[in-house]
Design a protein around this ligand. Sequence first.
Ligand code: BYC
Ligand code: FE
Ligand code: FE
Length: 469
Amino acid sequence: MAIDYAEKIPNNINIANDKTLQRALEHWQPSFLNWWQEMGPSDFQASDVYLRTAVSVDSDGWAQYGAVKMPDYRWGIFLADQVPERTIGFGDAMGQPVWHQVPGEYRSTLRRLIVTQGDTEPASVEQQRMLGHTCPSLYDLRNLFQINVEEGRHLWAMVYLLHAYFGRDGREEAEELLARHSGDPDKPRILSTFNEPITDWLSLYCFTYFTDRDGKYQLKSLAESSFDPLSRSCRFMLTEEAHHMFVGETGIGRVIKRTLEVMKGLGTDDPAAIRRAGAIDLQLLQKYINFWCSSSLDLFGNEISSNSAASFANGLKGRPDESTYTDHVLRDSTMKLLTPEGEQDVPMLNALNEVMRESYLKDCEIGMRRWNRAIERAGHEFRLTLPSIRFRRSIGTWAGLPVDPKGNLIAKDEYERRKDEWAPSEADRAFVKSLMQKVTGPGKMAGWIAPPERGINNLAVDYEYVHLN
Ligand code: BYC
Ligand code: FE
Ligand code: FE
């Protein structure tokens, strides 16, 4: 079904047919816009930004591009098309028809999953709100704002589900989603990564590479859900997500490209010399990767989790790409898990957070290989690596333990002594911050990052992607 833009809230689900729901959402809309003004991108609200807006949910030609002032962005509710006669694809009720309403016994668990997902979306906008002031180019500034408006729309996607299917508590949760704030000491966001500040663009690229990719995996697992409206919402969100990870992968790739140019020009790989030349040495990039990758690994929850077992068995949350597995019930299988106490056999159902975490790490490898090829082609021995799944963890059996990036448990004092080799130190952060100077001439680029290979939607790289008003 096409998206109706004549409505106050654009949507492809005919909310005009349900006046109560429409009223409730129209009541929430001004709170959202208020939140956007107060907690969304600082300044730039009057600028014309070359943004894409969803116009249908078909895979080809779903978006339209044009200059928009961010507060006029048409945030709406778009669900992927219903799959006729869809049946439950995993768990104990495998093969039965999917649910079009929330089963009473799963109400609170489903609400918790939707609230947790919903909470991350505005959190990321809050985390990134100051970045516009230090953008490396108009191209990057536009990409930041594209991601921000879409994360705002992802919030709408979850708020729709809360309003449409969870009655009064759903409406209360929707209010709370605007009341918690990233890093707020009294009312923080739910998951730890979303309370980390993102005050420099290297962190933004790492966040969009690693943390938006956690989003991809969580959304894929919720897209398998037997609760059909959740599945359809998440399927369409995934379409938008690809660009967020693209910004991360190409952003880090461009940082590396620039660093390699500087190394070639100077004829040295000495990090201090590279820094003096205003570029980011690969060792420093590695620390940022270690930081954001390990933080994102925590987002999958505990290795051994009765929540994950129940969510899977009951059909609420599947594995990403569930149809690629053969066993969809998992009552008889186990998984070997390495814990600090040694190897343990864990019922597979309880180990699903770890299964997801491992498939996520495999996906993270793909970009790493591409970056390393560029380093290799330039004739350098250095290779970027992903930190061990056990490094710097705050959740799960390895939480708080002194583990090095290779995964070895080491002495606490050695860890303390060496942790600045593995994650950004204050001095590293201060250096990165010193590079962050706003560059806004069309086609101009900050000195620490190479220009992109191509522009957005076939436009030139030097197109004026943001017209500053
Ligand atoms: N921080 O059984 P356990 C995205 C809690 S990113 C704080 O191990 P479970 C995006 C947990 O809630 C995708 N608390 O975990 C990216 C539980 O509390 P209760 C976000 C944590 O339930 C970029 C207790 O510890 N989406 O979209 O199996 C930009 C024991 O939990 C954490 C989702 O996460 C943590 N890291 O799984 C914008 C999907 N980890 O219930 C957007 C929805 C665990 O005992 N959420 N806890 O009070 C879920 O599927 C699950 O809630 C979790 C945890 C994966 C988070
Ligand atoms: Fe999102
Ligand atoms: Fe995203």
